[in-house]
Design a protein around this ligand. Structure first.
Ligand code: FE2
Length: 398
């Protein structure tokens, strides 16, 4: 027997449903309810032409009751003359997504500096397989993975990238060959070490999931890769120096890349993006831009300039601390795949060697591509950890 009760509250601004037999209570706002009227195509369809602009500000529920012919349906009569018929079960399912509790695609794990990331054999990574899923899942979970067994050919970088999504073409093309150059136009082409940084913060959307494929290590030694979980650094900063954390979240600084002439692997560019070091969504840390070589003049309010530099310095000191460093001297055929908006990467310096140049091949795929592919693989293989809600990688809270 159905004991579901229907009540209109707050002058028609709220609908209260006590569902039988589960005893579940749904409290639904007028606009939310109308936005989910079954007369409209579902939100996932992308076919809607409905706009909330078409609803009056004073929209309210005039009456609501279970359908006399079918007690699994509630009929809502609206002040603007519209009538909605909601199937209770479907309404309850949609309402579950309206809790404000966003289900992550994957739980995040912060590896300590000495912990090993997941290692995948390139030969076992076929498109659409569980191994493909596990690769992407580990990238979201740990922020980076290693892939070994890569062939010594350009196509092998391309094959790995295709598992992540479509390679993003930029002013340096689809791939960037980091090779020691006598006339370096970027520090990566020199033999100098690089502090951990994120790539291309001067883009409105920085590089996403990036591949560094080692084709040839430095023959004279050195050139060890350093990986830092920037979200871990941010979370530690939040806990230990909350005022510094707030400044890095709230103050935007300019990131800059300027080349007035074309270079062998890059166009002339003048890119400027203002952004904070730490990007938050609600309380979750969801992105990082940290690259001292790519910042412009800090044009800060004089009232905060000193405090800001202290906060920025604190982040830089932590990033340089070996406590956060995962290090590995990549061999030929190994690649590190990392989320450039979470993980920072750097390297130690190395000896120049005319007999064999260090060669790393770099490319990037937008994060949404990789996360979309992971959601689809979870759907196809019937795996947990997916909803239609957005992805929040990196929050220690979940
Ligand atoms: Fe870099």
């Amino acid at each position: 027997m159905n004991h579901t009760t229907v009540e209109v509250e707050q002058g028609g601004h709220r609908l209260l449903l006590d569902l039988s037999p589960a005893g579940e209570r749904l409290v639904l706002n007028r606009f939310w309810l109308r936005d989910h009227c079954p007369s409209l195509p579902t939100k996932a369809s992308g076919l809607r032409t409905f706009s909330v602009a078409s609803l009056p500000e004073n929209l309210h529920i005039k009456a609501a009751a279970l359908d006399e012919a079918n007690a699994h349906i509630v009929i809502v009569d609206w002040s603007d003359g519209h009538a909605s018929r909601y199937e209770l079960k479907s309404l309850a399912a949609v309402a579950q997504e309206a809790t404000g509790q966003r289900t992550p695609l994957r739980s995040v794990r912060h590896l300590a500096g000495t912990e090993q990331p997941a290692i995948f054999d390139a030969a076992g990574l076929d498109y659409g397989t569980i191994a493909h899923h596990d690769l992407l899942d580990a990238i979201v979970r740990d922020g980076f993975v290693l892939v070994d067994g890569m062939e010594h050919e350009d196509a092998s970088t391309e094959r790995l990238a295709a598992l992540l999504g479509r390679v993003r073409e930029t002013d340096f093309g689809r791939f960037f060959d980091i090779v020691t150059e006598p006339e370096a136009w970027t520090l990566s082409q020199s033999t100098k070490g690089q502090d951990p940084h994120s790539d291309d913060p001067f883009r409105y959307t920085p590089s996403g999931i990036s591949i560094l494929h080692c084709r040839e290590p430095a023959s004279g030694g050195g050139g060890t890769s350093i990986i830092v979980d920037g979200f871990k650094v941010a979370e530690d900063l939040r806990r230990e120096e909350p005022e510094h954390f707030e400044l890095l979240c709230s103050v935007t600084i300019p990131y800059l890349r300027h080349r007035s002439t074309q270079v062998e692997q890059g166009e002339d560019v003048h890119m400027v993006a203002y952004a904070p070091v730490i990007t938050r969504s609600g309380q979750d840390v969801v992105g990082l831009r940290f690259h001292e070589r790519s910042t412009g003049v800090f044009d800060l309010d004089p009232a905060i300039v000193d405090a800001y530099y202290l906060a920025f310095r604190s982040f830089a000191v932590r990033v340089r601390s070996a406590d956060y460093h995962y290090t590995r001297r990549l061999k030929a055929g190994e690649a590190v795949v990392f989320d450039n908006q979470r993980m920072l990467h750097g390297r130690t310096g190395y000896e120049s060697d005319a007999a064999g140049r260090r060669h790393m091949r770099l490319c990037t795929v937008d994060r949404d591509q990789t996360h979309s592919r992971l959601r689809r693989l979870k759907e196809v293989h019937g795996l947990d950890g997916i909803t239609q809600q957005r992805l929040h990688p990196g929050s220690a809270a979940y």
